[in-house]
Design a protein around this ligand. Structure first.
Ligand code: PLP
Length: 311
């Protein structure tokens, strides 16, 4: 089981009540994946995938330069395994440096994410490395799902869980875990209005492409894969709904997290708080919000919380 496998390799993060958000209503708890090693929950899925692959794997490769890339680099290094992160020449130097600091090999190729992905496929084919996809993989989904198990263990009466939603690895894993233990609990995904790939796909009844546009919730950008094998069907069957948020609503979530909860949260991690503050959902019982990550550009964070700017 994923939970036993990754125990001791990732943090069991705090689940704390938000006194500000609980005022006058049901108790609202925050699952602080902001405190997870590497600054986001993705270490859970990456660690589970690395440990499941066992010692026969020759090493691991990904094209992500964001939270998933960091997670794969850290998880592989912790097991003294080879990790390669592939990225294009267009990735900004500060992002390249942040990945390099975690110690993986970095392959810089081509001019686009597609070119980086071609290098991933080459390394899989020619050097026998194992690709760890960011969401659409059973080991990754199960690893992210350990958050759901920890929530129900600490809140046996949980009625609602709000989950940031992009490719759906987090939402699928958490929904399966929560509903496995507590079928009556509701699990709702939260995305941004600007490019909500899973929500559009759920409406269409099949995976569809969406145009990728800049958003404060940058970790929620990107598609779900037209050949999606797992997360689309799981989100379709297990989620009780999807909420969409404007950029100003997400900024409000980041501000609240900082001012009222003392947490630096990136846009993607603030969407649960933002959905509550915007009144887009009214909890009817004990509720858990997953603050999924903290990796936001410090200058952007300062502008949002100090100057009240949108971006
Ligand atoms: C990746 C990520 C998400 C979304 O996870 P999916 O499994 O792709 O839905 C949410 N928040 C943060 C901080 C992330 O890095």
């Amino acid at each position: 089981m994923a939970q036993a496998r990754i125990e001791g390799h990732v943090l069991r993060t705090p689940l704390v009540e938000s006194l500000a958000l609980s005022q006058g209503g049901p108790a609202i708890f925050l699952k602080l994946e902001t405190r997870q090693t590497t600054g986001a929950f993705k270490l859970r899925g990456a660690t589970n995938a690395v440990l499941m692959a066992g010692s026969s794997a020759k090493g691991f490769v990904t094209a992500s330069t964001g939270n998933h890339g960091r997670a794969v680099a850290h998880a592989a290094k912790a097991q003294r395994r080879r990790a390669v992160v592939c990225m294009s020449n267009l990735v900004p130097a500060n992002k390249v440096d942040a990945v390099r600091a975690l110690g993986p090999e970095v392959h810089i190729v081509g001019q686009s994410q597609d070119d980086a992905q071609i290098e991933v496929s080459r390394l899989v084919r020619e050097e026998g490395l194992s690709e760890i996809p960011p969401f659409d993989h059973p080991a990754v989904i199960a690893g992210q799902g350990t958050i759901g198990l920890e929530i129900v263990e600490a809140m046996p009466d949980v009625a609602l869980v709000l989950v940031p939603l992009s490719g759906g690895g987090l939402a699928a894993g958490v929904a399966a875990a929560v509903k496995g233990l507590r079928p009556q609990a509701k699990v709702v995904g939260v995305s941004m209005t600007r490019g909500p790939a899973m929500q559009r796909s759920l409406l269409a009844g099949r995976p569809v492409a969406v145009e990728e546009v800049p958003t404060l919730a940058d970790s929620l950008g990107g598609g779900i894969g037209l050949d999606n094998g797992f997360t689309f069907a799981m989100c379709r069957d297990l989620l009780d709904g999807v909420i969409l948020l404007s950029e100003e609503e997400i900024a409000e979530g980041i501000r609240h997290a900082f001012r009222a909860e003392d947490e630096v949260v990136e846009g993607a991690g603030a969407v649960g708080i933002a959905a509550l503050i915007a009144g887009k959902i009214r909890p009817e019982g004990p509720t858990a919000l997953i603050l999924s990550g903290r990796n936001i550009d410090p200058a952007l964070h300062r502008r949002i919380v100090e100057e009240g700017a949108l971006a």
